[in-house]
Ligand binder design. Structure first.
Ligand SMILES: C[S@@+](CC[C@H](N)C(=O)[O-])C[C@H]1O[C@@H](n2cnc3c(N)ncnc32)[C@H](O)[C@@H]1O
Length: 380
């Protein structure tokens, strides 16, 4: 609590007085050898948050301190910053729920990607809590099968997407992988698959880990390409961290692209900034998109200005004068009830009189995404 109290809004470990630093081994080590300026960070009301990772229960792993209250952000606040609507529930142990939220593709980012593709029948591999799926559903797709090897992920997915067949399978295990393929073909029952989507685990690609290039989890992306070969979908979408681009000097990405091109997909690579698509968070992700029988590359028009980082975090500024600013932390979470550190309940009543933004209306499902976008664009 002493650490948290000493960090002002927008501040970080550098604001913590020496007498407090000396009480913590980790802080002392960061103080002596330097550390990312996001560590022990407190969110700032007037900007989008930093990346919400799976450790938002630890102040030393990112910028997760509430902008005003002396506590870390709650799961619901993190889910809001990830653009999950308040209807979305996360089930399972605490540790699992932190993973489900932090690992997800922000639904509004997924929605933007889906909006430039043909809508139809979708299969989601490595589906997690279902952030990627949720965006595709919002854009008019029907997810017929979703699969993940983790029980809690499957529970959360099933709860939120009751019409999807959820199959628990470990795609490292050939039998289970083959069984999943059979189940997909059975569910399709002769219909053609429009889009195969998936965010294979990215530990091996992420700069947050130690980018171990022989991580066997990297091979799961190639398992996904085997599914492409069998199912021959019209479109394929692979989501990952930017680190995918330079893993093994770009060989992994090259090999993904070459494999898809051999299967006659036109491949586009999109480097997306989440805040440009309505997500109140600076989270960068790469999407590999393959479209069969299509020469044109996919382009995605951004809705809001990106945030450009200066020399330090205080320098952050809007990257475009022509687009409205991205949704900020205040707009994202300021209507959620105050709670004490370690407090809160699974369900807390809204204050129905207090809504500070259209983003909050969107999260409460009081307005549509189209209305949200229109109103925000008009406000400038
Ligand atoms: C980055 S997360 C996916 C997040 C998801 N796309 C979303 O938007 O919510 C990767 C998922 O892969 C799953 N996974 C990891 N190894 C796996 C394996 N061998 N077989 C199947 N799923 C696996 C994890 O449980 C995790 O949910």
């Amino acid at each position: 609590m002493e650490i948290i109290q000493s960090v002002p809004q927008g501040g970080n470990w550098q604001d913590i007085p020496l007498r407090v630093i000396q009480k913590s081994a980790r802080l002392t080590q960061i103080h002596n050898s330097g550390g990312r300026t996001t560590y022990y960070g407190r969110l700032k009301h007037d900007l989008p948050s930093y990346t919400i990772n799976t450790y938002f229960n630890r102040p030393g792993n990112g910028t997760f301190i509430h902008p005003e209250q002396n506590r870390l952000i709650s799961m619901r606040e993190a889910a809001r910053l990830q653009s999950f609507s308040d209807r979305y529930r996360f089930l399972g142990s605490y540790t699992s729920r932190y993973k489900q939220i932090g690992n997800a593709v922000p639904p509004l980012l997924a929605r933007a990607v889906a909006s430039v593709l043909k809508a139809g029948l979708v299969v989601d591999l490595f589906s997690g809590a279902g952030g990627l799926s949720d965006g595709f559903v919002q854009a008019g797709n029907k997810v017929i099968v979703a699969s993940d090897f983790n029980t809690n992920m499957c529970k959360t997915y099933t709860y939120n997407h009751p019409d999807t067949k959820v199959i628990q399978a470990d795609l490292h295990i050939i039998n289970q992988s083959n069984h999943l393929l059979e189940e997909i073909e059975h569910t399709l029952s002769g219909k053609h698959l429009t889009t195969l989507i998936g965010g294979p685990p990215c530990q091996g690609f992420s700069t947050a880990g130690n980018r171990n290039t022989i991580d066997p989890r990297n091979s799961l992306v190639f398992r996904m390409l085997e599914f492409v070969n069998v199912l021959q979908p019209d479109q394929i979408v692979i989501e990952n961290v930017p680190g995918l681009k330079w893993t093994k000097q770009g060989q992994v990405l090259n090999s993904i692209v070459r494999t898809l091109e051999k299967e006659e997909y036109a491949v586009s690579l999109l480097n997306l900034h989440s805040e440009e698509f309505g997500v109140p968070q600076r989270r960068r992700r790469v999407f590999v998109i393959g479209v069969r029988n299509e020469k044109r590359k996919q382009l995605l028009r951004r809705y809001f200005s990106p945030i450009i980082r200066g020399k330090n975090r205080i320098d952050a500024r809007l990257g475009s004068k022509d687009l409205p600013p991205p949704v900020n932390v205040f707009e994202a979470i300021s209507d959620l009830p105050p709670i004490i550190s370690g407090g809160g309940e699974d369900i807390i009543e809204y204050d129905t009189n207090w809504i500070a933004s259209d983003y909050q209306r969107l999260m409460r499902e009081l307005i549509s995404f189209e209305d949200f976008l229109k109103r925000r664009t008009e406000q400038g």
